[in-house]
Design a protein around this ligand. Structure first.
Ligand code: 5GP
Ligand code: ZN
Length: 114
């Protein structure tokens, strides 16, 4: 999508600190990290929110989750623990309307989230 921030990052029109890339997925460091590891894992295909997912997206969602776990393993935070989450729409605090899996780790997480 032309004016989507994350689509621009995917097209390399806006710089980002890229952690992983293949033909379907991009992972990059969050610009405002909330933990020592804060990576966003996104599908290259524009999907605005989880509400727009269709059964054909099951594969890509699985890939996002497995990629987040792989990055956590690379960073040495798998055993200690990490958090993965999608924010959906206003009440959850979604600010960029291109789905992104947050991978947070490297510190103790608290529950419930704010
Ligand atoms: P949301 O609030 O939609 O779940 O998460 C959006 C995330 O994108 C936020 O954590 C925010 O810091 C991050 N973000 C916003 N703009 C940029 C940007 O230009 N570059 C990068 N790397 N992250 C961004
Ligand atoms: Zn997009």
């Amino acid at each position: 999508m032309t004016d989507c921030l994350f689509c621009k990052i995917i097209r390399h029109e806006i710089p980002a600190s890229i952690v992983y890339e293949d033909d379907r997925i991009l992972a990059f460091n969050d610009i405002n990290p909330q933990a020592p590891t804060h990576v966003l894992v996104v599908p290259k295909r524009h999907i605005a929110t989880l509400n727009e997912l269709s059964p054909e997206d099951d594969q890509i969602v699985g890939e996002l989750v497995r990629r987040a776990a792989a990055i956590a393993k690379e960073r040495g935070i798998s055993a200690g623990g990490f958090r993965t989450l999608f924010n959906t729409n206003r009440e959850a605090g979604q600010t960029v309307f291109h789905i992104h899996l947050h991978l947070l780790g490297g510190r103790t997480m608290h529950w419930p989230p704010g």
